[in-house]
Design a protein around this ligand. Structure first.
Ligand SMILES: NC(=O)c1ccc[n+]([C@@H]2O[C@H](COP(=O)([O-])OP(=O)(O)OC[C@H]3O[C@@H](n4cnc5c(N)ncnc54)[C@H](O)[C@@H]3O)[C@@H](O)[C@H]2O)c1
Length: 496
């Protein structure tokens, strides 16, 4: 281990947790093992933090936040820019953790870290402008009022933000919360996902080394199922920013009266119209459906193709699927093991349910070794199959043939999810009509669903989320509005 990251590892090989500007071993004496999805052997261990340690994190966060909120915005930005450059300089060890913890291919792992550094820089730049602006309102625009009150509207921090990212982008989806929260003058308690915790710990060392004041950021490691409720219902939480699956719905039901930023699951459909450029659609469906083995919230999770062009589209997608390499993340294979045994079992269950109900496996039989699942294209999927509705989060892509675009849109809108969707057509008028009809947070025209560039608004409807992300929108979610009303002794326009 290089000197830069040396402080994060205890002598017994367990990664430390972070509190009050220090890396520490938990008093619990217990650790949580993180399994490498490729070898299914323990790759790392992290501390199992106690409730008492979590209480101390919130206590120091509250104190540190008060001073940070009084730190000039440009100085907060300086710290964040320093974090970003340290992340770039020390990117490789973080990327190596992603390969081992979540089986992300090597190139994509490094891309995630660099993209995260870019996101921090952009957020710092955006924040100094956006948070520097307020509003001045005059009272006389509302009936019955003279111009004798001036309202100064500003943006103030929320307090302590609890940030909970998911396993699939444990670095990027942590900084997308941390950077806006900190720029807006908040403190953060970060609970990283179990798979991805060590990448998160490395990333936090960049914040530490950049000189972030002690207490402003803490890292609580431990199983979500064990310390999760304690964290999310903690009385000192002033905002929960969560990305993950249906767990978020349970959290939203239990959380107190605090703002919630929820980025949850998706079942992104890809509607392919009769007039679509089928080669273009196939190319995007393969990339959208199988990148990072389908473990992306914005993966294409159901193709709804017009029956008139379905044979040609399925053949083109199948040809692309046949070219995907399957193997180890270290070798940069296209398809790598999914995150856990339970995830692989769940995916297998969905595929078998579809097969039993008559779906066709287009490119050969089901094949799985451990957590490694060979990419599977399923044709003739119907609405009675689980795959028509559930999110596989794996390299399994169902195709449903539809008789009309209306039928496709109706299926999309019946889903409990509403994250993104896409439509392939050569007719821009039709594309806009379809986009307007699709009840999803984003519709991509002639491209697969995707998050980013990271300053684009990103949001889910229905069970896919609460609130809108994207750098400016995330900043907006990390502040509350404050008004100061100046009451004049008489109307301000009486002079002269
Ligand atoms: N909408 C988006 O932007 C977006 C982005 C990425 C992933 N996702 C979704 O995330 C899911 C995959 O990620 P995952 O498997 O890590 O999701 P998950 O819901 O299982 O876990 C997410 C996080 O919650 C924690 N957690 C678990 N139980 C908890 C509890 N009781 N209290 C508090 N925290 C708890 C986990 O440790 C993890 O950090 C998919 O459904 C995917 O669609 C959504």
């Amino acid at each position: 281990m290089c000197d830069f990251y040396a402080p994060i590892l205890a002598s017994n090989g367990v990664y430390k947790y972070y509190i009050d500007g220090e890396w520490k071993e938990s008093a619990s004496g217990k650790s949580v093992a993180i399994s490498n999805p490729s070898t299914r052997e323990t790759a790392y261990q992290v501390q199992a933090c106690t409730q008492d340690e979590v209480n101390k994190m919130f206590a120091s966060a509250k104190v540190a936040q008060k001073a940070w909120a009084r730190t000039p915005l440009y100085k907060r930005a300086e710290v964040l820019h320093k974090v970003a450059s340290l992340m770039r300089e020390n990117a490789q060890p973080i990327a190596d953790c992603l390969v081992k913890e979540v089986a992300k291919p090597t190139k994509d792992s490094l891309t995630e870290v660099i993209r995260s550094a870019d996101l921090i820089d952009y957020t710092a730049e955006e924040a100094v402008r956006y948070l520097g602006e307020g509003q001045l309102l005059n009272s006389d625009s509302f009936p019955g009022n003279a111009r004798n009150k001036l309202c100064l509207v500003s943006k103030v921090p929320l307090g302590v933000v609890l940030a909970i990212p998911p396993f699939n982008y444990p670095v990027n989806l942590a900084v997308s919360k941390l950077a806006p929260a900190l720029m807006a003058g908040n403190a953060v308690v970060l609970k990283p996902p179990t798979q991805g915790a060590v990448a998160g710990i490395h990333m936090v060392q960049c914040f530490h080394a950049a000189g972030l004041p002690a207490g402003l950021l803490s890292v609580a490691t431990g199983r979500g199922a064990e310390i999760g409720d304690f964290l999310t219902t903690h009385p000192d939480v002033n905002c929960i920013s969560f990305t993950g699956g249906d767990t978020g719905i349970a959290i939203a039901k239990k959380a107190g009266m605090v703002p919630l930023q929820m980025e949850l699951g998706g079942k992104d459909v890809c509607i392919v119209c009769e007039d679509a450029d089928l080669d273009l659609a196939a190319k995007h469906i393969i990339k959208g459906g199988f990148s990072y083995s389908g473990q992306r919230c914005t993966a294409v999770k159901l193709v709804l193709v017009h029956a008139a062009v379905a044979d040609r589209l399925v053949a083109a997608v199948a040809a692309g699927v046949a070219k995907l390499s399957v193997g180890r993340p270290e070798d940069d294979a296209d398809i790598t093991p999914v995150v856990s045994d339970s995830s692989a079992n769940f995916i297998e269950g969905l595929a078998m349910d579809a097969k039993a109900k008559g779906a066709k496996f287009v490119n050969g039989e089901w094949r799985r070794e451990g957590n490694l699942i060979w990419p599977l294209l399923l044709d003739n999927v119907t609405a009675d199959m689980r795959l028509a509705w559930e999110e596989p989060f794996g390299p399994v892509l169902p195709v449903m043939r539809v008789g009309s675009v209306d039928e496709a849109v109706a299926h999309c809108n019946k889903s409990k999810y509403g994250l993104q969707g896409c439509v392939f057509t050569r007719d821009i008028n039709a594309a806009i009509r379809i986009s307007d009809a699709m009840e999803t947070g984003t519709v991509q025209v002639n491209s697969a669903p995707a998050r980013g560039p990271d300053h684009f608004p990103f949001q889910g409807f229905r069970d896919s989320g609460i609130g809108s992300q994207g750098i400016r929108n995330s900043l907006a979610m990390m502040v509350k509005t404050k008004s100061t009303v100046i009451n004049l002794d008489k109307e301000s326009y009486t002079m002269g």
